[in-house]
Design a binder for this molecule. Structure first.
Ligand code: ATP
Ligand code: MG
Length: 264
């Protein structure tokens, strides 16, 4: 059994029309999609803007309700109607880094409070203060920075705080929506190393939306390519990136800027 299983997963949005005479339009953000993610594996999700990548990962995490279809994590049904107990369990299993770290960090909380909050909310045993310092170091931030507020950090530092918060409770599954996009080359290389290391030393399962082929190449075993709410190609990372079968994938890869190789 796969750790994460999606079956015929679909999400439609009703888009109101500007004129009150026009009928509301339905937009399919995700058409029937099947997906299997094995424990300890790493999946990259690529595709043009608006292709349904964020919609898909939100559904996988029970943050959004599918129009139809199912998601299970470790055999348990996950959707917005799941019990509080299941959602608590799911939160314990997962760490999440959103596309926009500024929007996801509470401006009234210090970095320390932001990183500690899930440890407290999820009843994680151990010394939370010490764990905060440990993960801050892991993402390359100084312990003194723990007392600062989100607006006192640069974009890349905020992204690192979001990542520290996501990994602090040692989740089994880490899901990132462009988690490295706001980082400069050096920090990006450091965070990449950290993620590679977490994958090597733990059974971490990684699901990563990325526009950055270098990140996908370094971190992901398999890739799915999305277009207009559908998976148009999937396979082993090397196969998809080096020998794409779809014209769309070829065009997409040609258009994606390749970040320079990290310095040694
Ligand atoms: N809450 C919503 N209401 C209406 N339409 C939505 C909503 N969320 C997403 N959509 C639409 O669904 C489609 C898929 O959106 P999604 O955010 O999943 O794309 P994406 O692949 O993550 O794009 P990007 O790379 O720009 O983040 C888009 O056409 C978007 O406009
Ligand atoms: Mg998105």
């Amino acid at each position: 059994m796969s750790l994460i299983e999606a079956r015929s997963l679909r999400r439609d949005f009703v888009v109101p029309q500007r004129s009150s005479f026009a009928r509301a339009r339905t937009q399919t953000a995700l058409a029937e999609t099947d997906l299997d993610i094995a424990e300890g594996s790493s999946l990259g999700i690529i595709g043009e803007s608006g292709s349904g990548k964020s919609t898909l990962i939100r559904l996988l995490l029970g943050l959004d309700r599918p129009t139809s279809g199912t998601v299970t994590v470790d055999g348990r049904a996950v959707d917005a109607s799941a019990s509080a107990r299941s959602l608590h369990w799911l939160r314990r299993q997962t760490g999440l880094v959103f596309q926009d770290p500024y929007a996801s960090l509470d401006p009234r909380m210090t970095a320390e409070q932001i990183i500690r909050e899930p440890l407290w909310a999820l009843d994680i045993p151990g010394d939370h203060r010490a764990r905060v310092r440990e993960v801050l170091a892991q993402v390359g931030l100084e312990p003194e920075m723990a007392n600062r507020y989100p607006h006192e950090f640069s974009g890349g530092q905020r992204q690192r705080i979001a990542l520290a918060r996501a990994i602090a409770h040692r989740p089994r599954i880490l899901v990132g929506d462009e988690p490295l996009s706001a980082l400069d080359v050096t920090v990006r290389a450091q965070i990449l190393e950290l993620l590679i290391d977490l994958r090597r030393t733990t059974e971490l399962t990684l699901v990563l939306v990325s526009h950055d082929i270098g990140v996908v190449q370094n971190l992901c075993d398999t890739v799915v390519v999305m277009k207009d709410g559908a998976v148009v190609e999937r396979g082993a990372t090397a196969d998809v990136l080096l020998h794409p079968s779809q014209e769309y994938t070829k065009t997409l890869l040609a258009a994606i800027p390749v970040m320079p190789a990290p310095p040694d």
